[in-house]
Design a protein around this ligand. Sequence first.
Ligand code: B16
Ligand code: MG
Length: 217
Amino acid sequence: SIKAFIFDLDGVIVDTAIYHYQAWRRLANELGFDISEEFNEQLKGVSRMESLDIILAHGGLTLPDEKKAELAAQKNQWYLELVSRMTSEDILPGVANFFSQVRKANLLTALGSVSKNAPLILERIGMTEAFYAIIDGTKITKGKPDPEVFTKGAAELEVAPAECVVFEDAVAGVEAGKRGGMFVVGLGSPEVLTQADFVAPSLNALTVDEVLERFSK
Ligand code: B16
Ligand code: MG
């Protein structure tokens, strides 16, 4: 039976993708090219350095590692300026209600985010206490679509992967959950999140009972 829900952060609990995009775009512009919002889609759920590599390739640039570290740090500084203004108002619609149902159902909760800034964001929005386990970018060696971020979450909760449901908005994240042996609810479009067990537009469109019924055998 299902014992735990594991949540992605960006795109599920909050929408920080827009801040990542603004900061990466500022960096690309300084380097002499631009990135579109559509291009930004492929950066969702991908680690900071991997994102930088994708952006530099898009701009046709090859740079030494020291320069890349400098650029990633600059982007993060701009990103943090945006994140530091976040409050509980930035929690996505339906999240608070969904979490109160999760508590009533006595389910365990974990965060599975590749972001090194995840703990800071949870503090800003006042949701640190909503998670029994927090797995972030500092605790993993491989980003999504590797399942590490989710399997570590299950291990910390002391539950089996088959007892977990992952909530994910990114293609790489859905793949990570499936590779980890978990049930995956995709949040977004079914045409995009084809590997998910089922897809809903957002947590606002779901009830905990509905999710549990889908995966009860
Ligand atoms: P940081 P998630 C991911 O968060 C973002 O989707 C992705 O765009 C970002 O590059 C990555 O975190 C790393 O973030 O630079 O803050 O360490 O979707 O796994 O919650
Ligand atoms: Mg996400």
